[in-house]
Design a protein around this ligand. Structure first.
Ligand SMILES: *Cc1c(COP(=O)(O)O)cnc(C)c1O
Length: 438
């Protein structure tokens, strides 16, 4: 699963003692395992290898340049959802042709920027693909591309109207969401927009939600998309690619997420022999279990019936619990009681533990990292690991309460590398200006 394991009573990342890492780099701190990232990426690609897919790592899940570079060197392409993410992909030398630009609200400036990246040989559009979410956007991309004398390669994001049975905030493939175009309308849009010379309408894109821990919703949505592709091809549209998005599960609470091979086993037969280039956009399934958030207990206190650990990490470092009610397993990295969790699951209740909430210092009641957990005794200064925080952790961090963003460290065996320094108070105000007064 990952390379964060207890050994002799202490949590290690690969061959590295995390107490030393906390000592050296301070807390709160994001720690990533290189081996885990590569292992997850390779497993994912190998699972789908029969389809020879383009694997576009979803930058929004974990956007540090060092991690993107690592994945690029392993053969990853990228899925970006903003001009900023596009910049990150270019920064690490990703091939523009391998980039898919998604997102419901691309601005004119972002579209222009994405079209302007110089690409070798032909005069086609610059990013590999625009994943387009509405007719208005399609029209806008066509216009901007015309003005620039470019041709944009388009995958139309369709809404297959399936329920992925995930959190309401991360459901994207049902009809009542802001994402994609109703599948019934796709043929009309293709015939209307295929007249625009600045568009190369060549793909269908899907992304049904995240995390989707069952395979059936993918099977359903891919089947619907393939039927649509048949219809489109029958009316003369040359569809080359299908992008089935991301949302593949990760391990959070002990409820098993299917491995990549299980998704592939059911999806590959559907997609084989269709003469389609297959694109996949995993984020979470690669990065979530490859990172933890290390935090220090600042204080403990009891209030009413409740016991609290006040940690030095907060919603500013990890928003998921507050935003989605997400579960992240938490445990001291070197429990004085010697009590080590046999596994990382939601309902773990060992003898010698007490019920606590882990909360942060931010001035919001919603500022918690873990609620109602049976943890071994924790005292001031103890270090706690918040697991499965590699995806949508640091990338969702904020400066709220004028807190400096934490540092990030990438571990390779016994070697830690600082991949983002801790922010300073100067960083916090660097973009601000006080108007001159008389
Ligand atoms: C967020 C997103 C992904 C990645 O989702 P994960 O759950 O991290 O795999 C892929 N594609 C699109 C279009 C997205 O918005």
């Amino acid at each position: 699963m990952d390379y964060f394991q207890y050994q002799d009573g202490v949590l290690r990342c690969e061959e590295t003692d995390l107490r030393e890492i906390a000592e050296k780099f301070g807390t709160p701190l994001y720690v990533y395992s290189r081996r885990t990232l590569l292992d997850h990426f390779n497993r994912f690609r190998d699972a789908f290898s029969k389809l020879n897919p383009t694997v576009c790592f979803s930058i929004k899940s974990c956007s540090n340049l060092a991690i993107l570079k690592l994945l690029r060197d392993a053969g990853s392409s990228f899925d970006v959802v903003s001009g900023g993410e596009l910049q990150r992909a270019l920064e690490i030398g990703a091939d523009p042709a391998s980039i898919a630009f998604a997102g419901v609200g691309k601005t004119d400036a972002e579209i222009a920027h994405a079209l302007n990246i110089p690409r070798t040989a032909n005069n086609a559009a610059s990013v590999g693909w625009f994943n387009v979410e509405s007719e208005a956007e399609l029209d806008n991309i066509a216009t901007i591309a015309e003005q620039k004398g470019k041709r944009a390669t388009i995958a139309l994001r369709i809404n297959p109207d399936v329920d992925p049975k995930t959190h309401e905030y991360t459901t994207t493939g049902k009809r009542e969401t802001k994402f994609g175009i109703d599948i019934e309308r796709a043929p009309r849009i293709f015939s209307e927009f295929s007249k625009r010379k600045s568009l190369d309408l060549a793909g269908i894109h899907l992304h049904i939600g995240s995390p989707v821990n069952t395979i059936e919703p993918y099977v359903q949505s891919v089947s619907r998309a393939l039927k649509l592709i048949d219809t489109l091809r029958a009316s003369g549209h040359a569809i080359r690619a299908i992008n089935i998005g991301g949302g593949f599960g990760a391990h959070y609470d002990g409820g098993e997420a299917p491995p990549a091979s299980a998704y592939a086993q059911q999806l590959a037969p559907l997609l084989t022999g269709k003469n389609l280039q297959v694109h996949l956009e995993p984020g979470r399934s690669i990065a979530a279990n490859a990172g933890i958030l290390l935090t220090k207990a600042l204080y403990t206190k009891s209030s009413g019936q409740k016991n609290y650990i006040i940690a030095d990490a907060a919603i500013t470092e990890l928003l998921r619990p507050a935003l989605y009610g997400a579960f992240h397993f938490a445990w001291p990295i070197a429990p004085t009681s010697g009590l080590i969790p046999p596994d990382r699951r939601k309902d773990l209740k060992l003898s010698g533990t007490t019920l606590v909430d882990i909360v942060g210092p931010v001035c919001e009641s919603g500022d918690f990292l873990a609620k109602d957990r049976w943890l071994p005794p924790v005292t001031r200064g103890d270090l706690i690991a918040i697991f499965s925080a590699g995806a949508y952790g640091m990338s969702m961090s904020s400066h709220y309460n004028s807190r400096c963003k934490p540092a990030e460290v990438l571990i390779d065996g016994a070697t830690p590398t600082l991949i983002r320094r801790r922010e300073t108070y100067e960083d916090l105000v660097a973009a601000e200006r006080i108007p001159l007064q008389e």
